[in-house]
Design a protein around this ligand. Structure first.
Ligand SMILES: NC(=O)c1ccc[n+]([C@@H]2O[C@H](COP(=O)([O-])OP(=O)(O)OC[C@H]3O[C@@H](n4cnc5c(N)ncnc54)[C@H](OP(=O)(O)O)[C@@H]3O)[C@@H](O)[C@H]2O)c1
Length: 251
């Protein structure tokens, strides 16, 4: 009986859960009864107030492709308890390197090796995970959410060229994936946050508030709600969309 109930429980795999938007998303899905398998470079944060314990946390460095492949094997193994079904994959983890002074890293000042690392974490890891977990997603008619950024569509005062181009590529990948995964019953969307109050923000972001129509930063919980919407039946005919969560900053 408990086995059956376990199979009925929805499961999310989410990258970058240790803080910020990912952390808020874990709490949103957990509170709705989902099992959440998390991964990030660090071990399970012991001070973390979500129900799933260290047994559902996988330590992976997404900048290392071999490590990503090992992580996928581990995820597939853990999903067996849920009948090898995966209801949602949220590609949230990302890196946004800054210059020595904490400022924006321009196209000419970005080392190519660093640029490739940014693309591995922000762009290649999401497609590696989605491809590696496609059978489980198919079985659950699941959905994928890629976390892009407002910096992917125009030059941003603090986001570097490598970060911004990786997010533009991820937005395009969302479109391609929606076309290719759709026939399998898997929806693929992205959410594009603006200035959300997390540790990724640079000093000086407060000066941008006057230009945001809603005149405030967003909260991680407000992004988590939108991710949840895209992973549930409420958005059952939505695929290939990019949802702007930025208080109107993009207008
Ligand atoms: N905050 C904003 O205003 C904003 C705006 C636009 C877009 N976004 C996007 O929203 C997402 C979340 O942003 P956030 O502000 O919540 O970021 P954050 O606070 O910096 O958190 C990033 C998460 O990614 C994980 N991570 C980083 N590098 C990793 C790696 N190599 N391997 C595995 N995990 C890794 C981190 O965990 P570990 O350190 O343990 O690895 C952490 O959990 C990102 O995709 C970001 O680009 C944020």
């Amino acid at each position: 009986m408990s086995e059956l109930l376990n199979e009925d429980r929805k499961t999310l795999i989410l990258t970058g859960a240790s803080r910020g938007i990912g952390h808020a998303a874990v709490k949103r899905f957990s509170s709705a009864g989902w099992r959440v398998i998390t991964c990030s470079r660090h071990g399970f944060p012991e001070d973390c107030p979500w129900e799933m314990g260290p047994e559902d946390h996988i330590q992976i460095d997404l900048s290392d492709p071999d490590n990503v492949e090992e992580g996928i094997k581990e995820m597939r193994e853990r999903l067996k308890a849920q009948g090898s079904r995966l209801d949602a994959l949220v590609n949230n983890a990302a890196i946004s390197p800054k210059g020595a002074d904490g400022g924006r890293l321009p196209a000419m000042g970005t080392d190519i090796a660093d640029w490739k690392t940014v693309f591995q974490v922000n762009f290649f890891a999401p497609i590696m995970l989605a491809r590696g977990l496609v059978e489980e997603l198919k079985k659950a008619t699941g959905s994928v959410v890629n976390v892009t950024s407002i910096a992917g569509s125009s030059v941003h005062p603090f986001a570097g060229a490598a970060y911004s181009t990786s997010k533009a590529a991820l937005a395009s990948l969302t479109r391609e994936m929606a076309a290719d995964f759709g026939p399998l019953g898997i929806r693929v969307n992205s959410i594009s946050p603006g200035e959300i109050d997390t540790s990724i923000l640079s000093p000086g972001t407060e000066n941008m508030i006057k230009d945001i129509p809603m005149r405030r930063l967003g909260q991680p919980e407000e992004v988590a709600k939108a991710i949840y919407f895209l992973c549930t039946d409420q958005s059952s005919y939505v695929t290939g969309a990019e949802l702007h969560i930025n208080g109107g900053q993009h207008v």
